[in-house]
Design a protein around this ligand. Structure first.
Ligand code: UD1
Ligand code: UDP
Length: 445
């Protein structure tokens, strides 16, 4: 069988990558495809790495290059050196990177330079904030990629607007939903395992606010942390559970705010917890206060209202759907919205019932299906073009007949780039009826 010969290398480096790649790693293994998993070692504490292999039931990585912590340049450079050596040895057909961490940047750059196809899982997200390291990482990874596994139409449209060809944009949903659905069931059967949670008698606790924050632009800026801490101090009616990221613990201590927060009776700071415990905790929460990317997605998946401690988000679908509100580090916005969720059932229910934009939990299947298809059709071979480039004519047209994207492209020998339904840009999926829409396309001469 063709796929027997295919080799996939998956690169992971941090907690969210382990969680979101786990369903894909499991799917690849289940199909008997050759797989190599490389851990960069960016996250190395047991609570930030090993525990997730345990909870998500995936094998330990084949390689760990132990880059550890450091400045962006040093960390990324070390990763590139280590990854290159292993990539040359393993020579995979495709390298998968997930999300927007430094591992994604390093893995995508190394693979692209070695002419190995890159598959970007969770491609196309944009916060449009270039002060975030993650925005730089995800944009560079997208430029290096051959296949784009995109969670939603909105993210696919971001890529179209940047000029990426729609042919390699595959809307898969987000693997966070796969992980959430599968592991929540396992967690519910097992119950809380973490002693810190058992000691708090979390089972019988009410009005839980689960808090996580680690985003550099929040926790490294004293005025922002101070505003957030001031809001938390006043939220005495909530039981605040705060599994603290090591970065945040360091900065809270450096700013002299750790004890101030930890001494409050209604605030419980604990170590980062495993995935099963975390799913149980969040699904039992009245609200989630976070600056995490993954948690904005998990909140809407688990029907828990989310307040996001940021001024922008690369997950705008959660806000438009009504499950997430951006509160920045604005004390009043944090307090007002938290209290409204706690006291106004109508408001809370509306947030809880927001439709999940991230799919049905089949993102891993969709991803591996597409990889097998591309491999089978020889589309993973990255070679220099040998055909002399034909001429293209970019055109714009208003369509006034019933015709699908596929049919239009076949008849006109064209590739559609953008489709506008009035002001709104829509994704040119194969079967989309173009009647009444305006399109921009390349006509091949
Ligand atoms: C990284 C990602 C971020 C992602 C987050 C997930 C980048 C640029 N950032 O941020 O996108 O949302 O992971 O959690 O890739 N530390 C430990 N133990 C560990 C790991 C980190 O103590 O196991 C401490 C170190 O002091 C380190 C600091 O946390 O300097 C920050 O870690 P780092 O991996 O650089 O960035 P994150 O903030 O974790
Ligand atoms: N998470 C966890 N234990 C914790 C905190 C978070 O299992 O104590 C999980 C959470 O369920 C989510 C992921 O970690 O899937 C989010 O990771 P993080 O916030 O570190 O990174 P981001 O998603 O912002 O990149």
């Amino acid at each position: 069988m063709v796929v027997d010969r295919m080799k996939i290398m998956s690169i992971i480096g941090t907690r969210p990558e382990i969680i979101k790649m786990a369903p894909i790693i499991a799917e690849i293994n289940q199909r008997g495809i050759n797989q190599v998993v490389l851990h960069t070692g960016q996250h190395y504490d047991k609570e930030m790495s090993d525990n997730f292999f345990r909870d998500l039931e995936i094998p330990a990585p084949d390689y760990n290059i132990h880059v550890g912590s450091g400045s962006h340049g040093k960390q990324t450079g070390n990763m590139m050196e280590g990854i290159e050596e292993i990539m040359l040895k393993e020579n995979p057909d495709i390298v998968l990177v997930q999300g927007d961490t430094n591992a994604v940047l390093a893995g995508a750059l190394v693979a692209a330079k070695l002419h190995i196809a890159v598959g970007h899982v969770e491609a196309g997200l944009r916060s449009f904030d270039l002060t975030m390291p993650e925005e730089i990482n995800r944009k560079v990874a997208d430029i290096c990629s051959a296949m784009y596994f995109i969670p939603t139409e909105e993210s696919a449209i971001n890529l179209l607007a940047e000029g990426f060809s729609r042919k390699n944009l595959i809307i898969t949903g987000n693997t966070v939903v796969d992980a959430c659905f599968r592991h929540l069931k396992i967690a519910e059967k097992r119950g809380f395992g973490e002693n810190s949670l058992k000691d708090l008698n979390i089972e019988n606790m009410e009005n839980i606010l689960t808090l996580t924050m680690h985003r550099a632009e929040n926790v490294d800026v004293k005025s922002r942390v101070k505003n957030i801490v001031d809001a938390l101090k006043e939220l005495e009616e909530m039981n605040i559970i705060f599994p603290i990221h090591p970065r945040t613990k360091n900065t809270l201590e450096n700013f002299g705010l750790f004890d101030e927060l930890n001494n409050l009776e209604h605030v419980h700071i604990i170590k980062p917890i495993g995935y099963l415990d975390f799913l149980l905790l969040t699904s039992k929460s009245t609200l989630i206060l976070t600056d995490s990317g993954g948690l904005q997605e998990e909140a809407i998946t688990l029907n828990v209202p989310a307040l996001t401690l940021r001024y922008n988000t690369e997950r705008p679908e959660t806000v438009t759907a009504g499950g997430n509100i951006l509160v920045g580090s604005d004390k009043k916005a944090i307090l007002d919205n938290s209290r409204k969720i706690l006291n106004d059932d109508g408001f809370a229910d509306k947030m809880k019932n927001a439709p999940n934009p991230y799919g049905q939990g089949d993102a891993a299947k969709n991803t591996v299906d597409a990889i097998e298809k591309y491999y089978g059709e020889g589309l993973l071979n990255i070679t220099a073009p040998e055909d002399i480039m034909g001429s293209f004519a970019r055109k714009m047209k208003n369509i006034s007949e019933d015709i699908s994207v596929n049919d239009f492209e076949d008849i006109e020998n064209a590739l559609i780039h953008m489709v506008f339904d009035g002001e709104k840009m829509v994704f040119p999926s194969d079967e989309l009826n173009l009647n009444g829409m305006m399109i921009i396309y390349d006509k091949r001469e």
